[in-house]
Design a protein around this ligand. Structure first.
Ligand code: TXA
Ligand code: MG
Length: 315
């Protein structure tokens, strides 16, 4: 049985982590499946609990830039971005430092490390109390939708991890942006909570993960974010045996509807996305029809997750 801990029991969460056990914790994006990043055993246990392929590296969470510096080579670009966006939903892929104490399993054998300082106050307090960097992929089984509540975590991982620290629903609701700074040209490996527009304002034009010159993120080649029901994107009509994921004024005629944001607010839509996908993923619906969502700002990350979910179970 996995313990459900309240904020008042944070010390227990920290002591479990120091002992090498796995504890899921809230971040502002999604819940992370945390373990001591400096322990090979704890990091290996994270892969096992998620059924995650070992070639897919983990994000390592730190309190702030000062805690990141000993782990990786932080150049001026990294420092500028960390000062601007940390704590917050931005993961930076950097070269591991020469004596990096983080388990090489977390890097999946690469010479790089993805680092991020989460903005959730419980995550910050937990990192301080644990006194070490925490490896934490999203706290779902590999290939499933990321969890934005402690209930979602338990639905996926009950009995597989020691505890979940319950901090209520996640504010951003979509995972961090992954930006590769290990090469000369910064590359956007995964759109997320910090938008391309925000990053380009700070750094200039970014390469995309698909560009020939750009590095690839191992995780992006995987089947991801998949509900069991097929997803039908950019729907302009809906059938009476379909569920509708609406954005703005909803189409009529669906068997059930969840509106991501009646007022077409992309931040609100991102915060609601994963809980809505879970709620509509029911056998009584033939498919989930999704209304069009603009590709700007957070819309890029929302559409990225929806496209992956739509490809989902086909392979
Ligand atoms: O918001 C988030 O990023 C959440 C919370 C818990 O922080 N974490 C998260 O982790 O989404 P995960 O493991 O589900 O996704 C991490 C992504 C994967 O696509 C992985 O391949 C990529 O980051 N990644 C991690 N380390 C990398 C590295 N060294 N090089 C390239 N990509 C890396
Ligand atoms: Mg994930």
């Amino acid at each position: 049985m996995t313990e459900r801990l309240t904020a008042a029991q944070l010390d227990r969460a920290a002591s479990l982590l120091r002992d090498g056990a796995l504890v899921a914790f809230p971040t502002e994006t999604v819940y992370g499946l945390g373990g001591d990043a400096t322990s090979d055993r704890a990091v290996a246990a994270i892969f096992a609990a998620k059924d995650r392929p070992q070639f897919n590296p983990l994000i390592v969470h730190v309190e702030n830039l000062a805690a990141a510096e000993p782990l990786a080579v932080c150049d001026e670009r990294a420092r500028t971005l960390a000062r601007r966006f940390w704590p917050g939903p931005l993961s930076l892929v950097l070269k591991r430092s020469e004596h990096c104490p983080v388990s090489s399993l977390a890097s999946a054998g690469l010479d790089t490390l993805a680092l991020r300082a989460p903005a959730h106050p419980l995550a910050q307090t937990l990192l301080r109390a644990a006194g070490r960097p925490l490896a934490a992929p999203s706290a779902n089984r590999s290939g499933h939708v990321s969890p934005t509540t402690a209930d979602h975590v338990l639905a996926e991982l009950d009995g597989r991890i020691a505890a979940v620290l319950d901090g209520g629903p996640c504010r951003v609701g979509i995972e961090s942006t992954v930006l590769d700074l290990s090469a000369e040209r910064p590359a956007l490996l995964r759109p997320g909570g910090v938008t391309r527009e925000q990053l380009e304002a700070a750094l200039g034009p970014l390469a995309d993960a698909g560009d020939a010159s750009a590095p690839r993120s191992p995780g992006m080649t995987e089947r991801h974010y998949a509900p069991a029901r097929p997803l039908r994107l950019a729907a302009t009509a809906v059938a009476d045996d379909e569920a509708l994921l609406a954005f703005g004024p909803p189409l009529r005629g669906a068997a059930a509807t969840i509106n991501l944001s009646p007022s077409r607010d992309l931040g609100e839509a991102a915060a609601n996305l994963f809980a809505a996908l879970r709620a509509l993923d029911q056998p009584r619906f033939k498919a989930i029809a999704v209304m069009p969502i603009p590709e700007t700002g957070l819309g890029a990350a929302i559409n990225d997750r929806l496209r992956r979910a739509a490809r989902g179970r086909a392979n």
